[in-house]
Design a protein. Structure first.
Lengths: 386, 144
């Protein structure tokens, strides 16, 4: 891959608290894709591929609504949820590199207000399959699943509540510089974090992502075509998806529990890119909840698990002075929860020099998709090709 | 015994894969006929050798809390009266690769700890909709 493809356009809707979007989920998708094409300088009708993850917007309906002349590639990533953000980009990049399409959109549209909130039990009070072994005992939602995993990780590696707080405080601090953020103008102190109610121990309210409505999209094409387009390309230096043996064993029986499913992703990403964690200038790490972020960072090799608390402390993940500024738009916690795709657009902005918390001379901009659900995925953008 | 969580809360739908686990009143685990691997939850295919014939092996039902979560926010109206409650993940002594989710019936949520020894106990429930009699494995502390 190594710079053969690039993101050349990004598009977003306004972001809303769940239930407050004035448009339908499908309309939101259309707006984001249209804006991404405009940003890329590509006529909307010339978009010829659609890739998403966990999405409800069928490309058959979408391409009709958007006037697509020739659709030659559609795909959606398997497994989980927000763990697919980077992989959607990766599939799109593979398609344009293979020549299956010329300008592929990767996107996610989510209106939790219209389709049910992720943080609540939905559907009938009878359950089948793997959830039959967990839900009847009152363990239902992603927050509760990630709490189970995070509690064990904290126990094994001596990680304290302060490490979780650092993830939340960084996101809220960065959101105060970002007028797009739902939590703009709502700063968070360490005291407010600790005083906030428990959702599920060890997660306070501010350890949990928002529930939002909105849409985000990117346009991916080859590096050759990118050279003729107006925007600064964010080259795709490398991407990886992965999960270990029996990672998909259900009900917390995977052999490596507690894992975020990022060991293989990290190994592959660093091997394919030829760089390592110490080379990364800025990172967007999907925070459904703060705990899995710590596990994901450790598995990607930023610090050993028993050193991860030290890594995220003392301002190291905060803009502008930290060693690895993280979630510079405010992320899922404080910008908006567009199932993590707003972290992909932010990673591109960092390469373009357009973030509201811009890392100076950012050359390598990393996305770590949803840790805790498998398969994990990651994409590394670079300012320079190759 | 009444149910740990509210009576109207979610129940498993009994099927061919989970019938022994949820109705026998014994901690019956799926074992592959070909390679003898024990796996939980039961699956259609053995993760070790891809065998598709299974028998059941009974666990002694002792273990320790491997992890837990304490629920404060009720994710459904039926759980409003139940919070706060703990959900435990129990690692079995006789099958350490097996972990089972449940509730610790006799320990308050703020006293649940990792490594706490527990033993299986049972909730007998009737699914009024299906007429199915359920025997749901649960846990209680082993007092030393």
């Amino acid at each position: 891959m190594l710079g053969e493809t690039a993101v050349v356009g990004i598009g977003e809707t306004d972001f809303y608290r769940a239930g407050q979007a004035p448009l339908s989920e499908f309309q939101l998708a259309c707006v984001a894709v249209k804006r991404a094409a405009e940003d890329a300088g590509i006529p909307l009708e010339d978009i010829d591929g659609y890739v998403a993850y966990s999405d409800r917007q069928d490309p058959v309906r979408l391409s009709a609504a958007l006037g697509t002349k020739r659709t030659t590639f559609t795909a959606q990533c398997w497994g989980g949820g927000g763990n697919g953000t980077a992989h959607a980009v990766s599939i799109a990049a593979a398609a344009v590199e293979a020549g299956y399409a010329r300008h592929v959109v990767a996107f996610r549209s989510l209106a939790q207000g219209q389709f049910g909130r992720f943080g609540r039990a939905r559907g009938p009070l009878r359950v089948t399959g793997a959830r039959a072994y967990t839900s009847p005992y009152g363990l239902v939602t992603p927050a509760q699943e990630c709490a189970m995993q995070t509690r064990r990780f904290m126990h094994e590696y001596g990680v304290s509540q302060e490490a979780l707080a650092e993830i939340s405080l960084a996101s809220y601090e960065h959101a105060q510089r970002n007028p797009r953020a739902v939590r703009y103008g709502q700063p968070l102190t360490r005291e407010q974090y600790h005083d906030s109610r428990w959702i599920v121990e060890p997660f306070h309210l501010f350890d949990c992502c928002q529930e939002s409505d909105g849409s985000a999209a990117v346009v991916i094409t080859t590096a050759e075509r990118a050279a003729d387009l107006p925007s600064t390309p964010a080259y795709i230096k490398a991407a990886a998806q992965g999960m270990g043996q029996r990672a998909g064993a259900t009900a917390f029986t995977e052999p490596e529990f507690p894992t975020a499913h990022y060991k293989i992703v990290g190994e592959e990403l660093w091997a394919r890119s030829g760089v390592g964690p110490a080379d990364i200038d800025v990172a967007q790490v999907y925070e459904n909840f703060t705990g899995p972020v710590l596990i994901g960072l450790a598995e990607m090799g930023f610090a050993p698990p028993d050193g991860i608390e030290e890594f995220v402390s003392d301002g190291n993940i905060r803009w502008p002075d930290g060693g690895l500024p993280m979630n510079t738009s405010g992320g899922n916690l404080a910008e908006a929860y567009i199932h993590g795709f707003e972290l992909v657009t932010e990673a591109v902005r960092q390469i373009r020099g357009e973030s509201t918390s811009q890392v100076e001379d950012a050359e390598l901009s990393l996305v770590i998709s949803g840790p805790g659900y498998c398969p994990g995925s990651s994409v590394l953008f670079s300012k320079d090709r190759g | 015994m009444s149910r740990f969580l509210p009576e109207a809360w979610m129940l498993p739908i009994v099927d061919d894969l989970n019938r022994e686990f949820f109705t026998s009143g014994k901690l019956l685990l799926q074992q592959c006929v070909d390679c003898q691997t024990v796996q939980h939850p039961p699956e259609e295919v053995c993760h070790q050798c891809q065998g598709m014939e299974f028998v059941h092996v009974e666990s002694a039902g002792r273990g320790a809390v491997y992890s837990f979560a304490v629920m404060h926010y009720p994710v459904h109206a039926e759980l409003q009266s139940a919070v706060p409650y703990a959900v435990v993940l129990v690692q079995l002594d006789d099958h350490p690769s097996v972990r089972i989710v449940g509730n610790c019936l006799d320990v308050p949520p703020d006293e649940v700890e990792i490594d706490m020894p527990v033993q299986v106990t049972w909730e007998t429930l009737a699914d009024a909709e299906t007429g199915e009699q359920l025997r749901m494995p649960q846990w209680q502390a082993i007092r030393r």
